[in-house]
Design a protein. Structure first.
Length: 429
């Protein structure tokens, strides 16, 4: 028995390796041979951490014009509910095999009848050729939707069976990508499995002692969005919060944790590094070629950060969803007086149109458009934390689904189901 697991980015290290997928694969598949395909195959500090596996390089990927055209036409056919046409186009997409990826074919054929492939980030095209070559040789492939907004942004790697966070993502995979019901399985989010481990949830005093805050005072968590768009300005909301807390009496003045997105630059917040009521936090573990790769301990810290914050304020970070797990109030400010035109353009074309569109359409989060609304919403939450609590439960039910910390186990279990179904037969589209 052989499992080929693709790890194209650091967040896949967090979701799978840090959460114990190798141990789980050993249990469910009875000690299979595991090959990890990753750009970090040469990084000894990384590979030496994960014992008992073989390493193989992730090959460069380029999308052809034919693939892009087929993808656009296929998605249009899905929207028109012409799924039989969409399926033909999907098979045509999969049949576009690039010569520079021939190494995958050689690897797959070595133990063809004993192999299953796991693609861990199908939103991106990095694993497309691996999946396509597996499909050519009738080797079963499962794919993982890595984040709640990935389907809206587009799926570039197509697999036999897909694991998604929850029912909302399942509906999107069916209506936007043309998958059939049985091949889209909600498993929960493995990235959040550590959040549900009760023994790792600290008391408020323990948390505040670690981060050097006063447990008796409110905590405002500002989660930045990162430099996804060149020149987008990230300091304005922190400036707003710093001014706002000055209006509170000292004894119950809110404290601010500035939680930096991995793509944010701490140096731009230099003016607040020594502020008595502001502390900074962020992921620190970095793996060359993979970028940020949060460790299990860093995820435990994130869980307690969200649990003990009074309010999570973010202009578009996924931490808005994560906060809902702990019923922590959330605020989404979408204004920036320093560059109003840039922010209006970004939110109209990207954040509100794709990333946060379902949250906005469902009125599941308070969207803030000016300083007065921000102040009013913070005061409302501080006096009544149950405000928007029903909406936060709806977010969890729609997107996260499971609260048992067993999402990774479900992924491995369902991978085994597909392998057992596929022995001696061709995987279904």
């Amino acid at each position: 028995m052989r499992i080929i697991l693709s790890i194209p980015e650091g967040q896949n290290v967090r979701n799978l390796l840090e959460n114990g997928i190798l141990s789980e694969l050993n249990i469910v598949f009875d000690h299979p041979e595991v090959i990890i395909i990753t750009p970090a195959y040469r990084i000894k500090s990384f590979t030496e951490k994960w014992q008992g596996v073989k390493w193989y390089r992730l090959l460069p990927i380029r999308l052809t014009r034919r693939q892009s055209l087929l993808s656009r036409v296929r998605k249009r056919a899905v929207r028109l509910r012409q799924n039989w046409i969409a399926n033909i186009l999907l098979n045509a997409e999969r049949s576009v095999l690039l010569n520079e990826a021939l190494e995958y074919e050689q690897l797959l054929l070595e133990k063809k009848d004993e192999t299953i492939v796991i693609c861990s980030h199908i939103h991106l095209p990095f694993e497309a050729q691996l999946s396509n070559y597996a499909k050519k040789h009738q080797i079963p492939v499962v794919g993982i939707v890595n984040s709640w907004d990935n389907v809206h942004k587009g799926i570039h790697t197509h697999t036999d069976r897909v694991f998604v966070w929850g029912d909302q993502n399942k509906s999107e995979m069916i209506t936007m990508e043309g998958y059939i019901d049985k091949n889209v399985i909600p498993t929960g989010s493995p990235s959040f499995d550590p959040y549900f481990i009760k023994e790792h949830q600290w008391s408020r005093k323990d948390f505040c002692d670690r981060i050097k805050l006063d447990p008796s005072r409110p905590i405002l968590l500002y989660a930045s969005i990162g430099q996804f768009v060149p020149f987008i300005e990230e300091t304005f909301i922190l400036d707003e919060l710093a001014k706002l807390i000055e209006d509170f009496p000292v004894e119950n003045r809110p404290q601010i944790i500035c939680r930096l997105h991995p793509w944010s630059k701490k140096e731009i917040f230099k003016a607040y590094l020594d502020h008595p009521d502001i502390v900074f936090s962020g992921f620190e573990n970095y793996v060359p070629t993979l970028n940020w790769a949060p460790t299990f301990d860093e995820m435990i810290f994130s869980a307690n950060l969200l649990k003990h914050s009074s309010i999570c304020i973010s202009p578009g970070s996924t931490m808005v969803l994560e906060a809902a797990i702990f019923d922590t109030p959330t605020i989404v400010p979408i204004y920036n007086n320093y560059q109003p035109e840039v922010w209006e353009d970004y939110y109209s074309r990207f954040c509100l149109a794709m990333h946060f569109s379902r949250l906005i359409e469902g009125k599941l989060v308070p969207v803030i458009r000016n300083s007065i609304q921000l102040k009013e919403c913070i005061n409302k939450y501080l006096s009544d934390p149950s405000f928007f609590s029903v909406e936060r439960r709806n977010i969890v039910n729609q997107y996260i689904k499971y609260g048992d910390g067993n999402s990774l186990k479900r992924i491995v279990k369902e991978t085994k189901v597909l392998f057992d179904e596929s022995v001696g037969s061709e995987p279904q589209s």
